[in-house]
Design a binder for this molecule. Structure first.
Ligand code: HSE
Length: 371
């Protein structure tokens, strides 16, 4: 009998990417899918659904009848519903994109190309709660998973270049509005750039970015023409929560015995949906450059090693090149010989909505329904 899988938050940005991937991989053929809503109960479900109308996402009785629940609805929904449901002794699988349950003992953070062994042993131990990791963490592990699996990493220092999509769909719209606002303020000058002084154009841009009407309701600051070196709330030790998550979640995903130290600065930049990251990695030993490339490349089928030259880098190691694909570009790989050959520098780019959010959920759902 097919498993009954309930979807919540399937029309949001991550949910929509998940739906697209599941349709493309024909995953819906293998499940009975039931679609829930928090606001449009009773309206028509997608045509491939097993039930014609959208079900109430707060109706615990209907939720209880699911074998698996997949939520991309966000942390607030998870907090309201998850424990209520578990309190009824519901023993189904809960798969979640939100961070709420990531660090609780009863959950596993899923990224099966990296931690299938952890997922499998959790399933044997009757774990029922599976949560997608933070996008920068998942994308980091997909990129340099080989160095982790070969136990080569002493510590990592990172800088991230995180896209607007990580903050949400409204933020992408706002970034584009900001770009449009700036363009409109100088579009006449750009039509005749020879007669316009670049310093005049720059001055107009700097003025308009400070206009009261400049759109920044969501980011609370300009992102177009700017970078914002702060993501999420304040945490301890002068870190942001986003920075805190990297070491905490990566070590939980890998189920390490000894914590691998990972720290750095998370920065929002004006890209749309791909997160980039720069790493300085202290290796445990000095190994050859060719071995490093071999280890990184062979960790999983999605890694694309980008040759360390100008043309390859600007064509293939960028958010524009990777956007909408499952590729994980890994480039600028070099040993920092001025510091010592056990110091390695790597730059990576991955799609924040695919490997950073929807894909690990789709894949763990497949693992669960095939059991
Ligand atoms: N917190 C991430 C960001 C995305 O703001 O980019 C979610 O994993």
């Amino acid at each position: 009998m097919k498993k009954k899988v309930g979807f919540i938050g399937w029309r949001g940005m991550v949910g929509s990417v998940l739906m697209d991937r599941m349709k493309r991989e024909k995953d819906f053929n293998n499940i009975d899918s039931i679609f829930f809503s928090t606001s449009q109960i009773g309206l028509k479900s997608p045509n491939f659904s097993s039930v014609n109308t959208l079900q109430d996402a707060y109706d615990i009785d209907i939720l209880r009848s699911m074998d698996v629940i997949v939520s991309c609805q966000g942390g607030e929904y998870t907090s309201k519903v998850y424990y209520k449901l578990r309190d009824t002794a519901w023993n189904g699988y809960w798969i979640d994109a939100a961070s709420t349950l990531r660090m609780i003992n009863e959950s596993v953070i899923v990224l099966d190309p990296i931690n299938l062994h952890v997922i499998n042993s959790a399933l044997e131990n009757n774990v029922k709660t599976f949560v997608g990791g933070n996008c920068t963490v998942s994308l980091m592990l997909m990129a340099i998973g080989g160095l982790f699996s070969h136990n080569l990493i002493k510590w990592i220092l990172f800088s991230t270049y995180q896209a607007a999509s990580g903050a949400g769909s409204k933020h992408i719209i706002e970034l584009l509005q900001q770009m449009g606002y700036l363009y409109n303020s100088i579009s006449i000058d750009l039509k005749n750039p020879i007669s316009s002084s670049i310093l005049d154009i720059e001055r107009k841009i700097s003025f308009s970015i400070k206009d009261n009407s400049f759109p920044k309701k969501n980011f609370l600051a300009p992102l177009a023409g700017n970078v914002l070196p702060w993501i999420d709330l304040e945490s301890d030790n002068f870190q942001t929560k986003e920075e805190w998550k990297v070491q905490a979640e990566a070590n939980k995903i890998l189920n390490t015995n000894n914590i691998i130290p990972i720290d750095g600065t998370c920065v929002r930049v004006g890209t749309i949906r791909c997160h980039s990251q720069s790493f300085v990695i202290k290796l445990k030993k000095d190994i050859s450059y060719d071995s490093i490339i071999h280890i990184i490349k062979n960790n999983n089928p999605w890694v694309r090693i980008i040759p360390n030259d100008y043309q390859s880098t600007i064509n293939f190691l960028t958010p524009i090149a990777i956007s909408g694909t499952l590729d994980i570009a890994v480039g600028r790989i070099r040993q920092l010989t001025h510091l010592g050959s056990e110091f390695l520098s790597v730059f990576t780019v991955g799609d924040q909505l695919l490997w950073g959010a929807a894909e690990p959920l789709r894949r763990v759902l497949k693992i669960l329904i095939n059991r």
